[in-house]
Design a binder for this molecule. Sequence first.
Ligand SMILES: [Fe+2]
Ligand SMILES: [Fe+2]
Length: 212
Amino acid sequence: MRNLTPVDKWLLNLDEAIRSTTGNLPASDENRSWQNDNQPTLSTQQKRLSSRLMRVNHCGEVCAQALYSGQSITSKSLATRNHMLAAAEDERKHLIWCQNRLTELDSHVSYLNPVWFATSFLTGMATGLMGDSINLGFVAATEEEVCKHLDKHIELLPNQDRKSREILGAMRDDEQRHHQDALSLGGLRYPSPIRRIMTAISGLMTKTTYWL
Ligand SMILES: [Fe+2]
Ligand SMILES: [Fe+2]
C-alpha cells in the first residue's frame, strides 16, 4: 500500500465527515448484537418519538466526533492528542449505533448535521489552542453534560423501545469514562457560568434537531 500524502489524508477526512453528517458510515463497521434486537414492534406514534430522540443523539455524536477531531489537531501534548483520538473512535461507534437505529426506525438523520459538525470542529480547534488543561476540561464538562442528557432521553423513550434504551445506556457508559479520563489527565473543572453557556448551546442543538 502506498504512503498517504497530506492531500490524501485531507480527502479521507472530508469523506468521513460527509459520511458522518449524512448517515452514510458503513453500517457493517459496528456489527454488534444487542440483547433487545428482537423487541416487539413499535406503533407509529412510538416510532415517531423514538426517531426524534435518536436523531438528536445521532447529531450529538456528530458533534462529539467533530469536537474531538478539532481538539486533537491543536492539542499541545501527545498524551492529550492520543486521548482525543481514542475517544473519537468511541464516538464513531456511537454514531453508527444511532445511525443504524434510525434506519431501523425508518427515519432520517438531522438536516442540520453539517452546520453542527462545522461549528463543533472549529470550537474544538479553538479550545485546543488554549492549552491542555482547558482542552481536557472542555471534554470533562461536555461529557458530564452528555451523561445528564442521555439519562433524560432514556426516561423519555417509549417504554416498549428497549433497544434504543440499551444503545443509549451503552453510550452513557463510554461517556462517563471519557469524563473521568479527561479529569485524570489534568482537565480543569470549568466554573458554573461557562457550564451554563455550554448547556444553553447544547439545548439549542437538541431543540432544533428534534424537529429537523
Ligand atoms: Fe458518544
Ligand atoms: Fe464521549
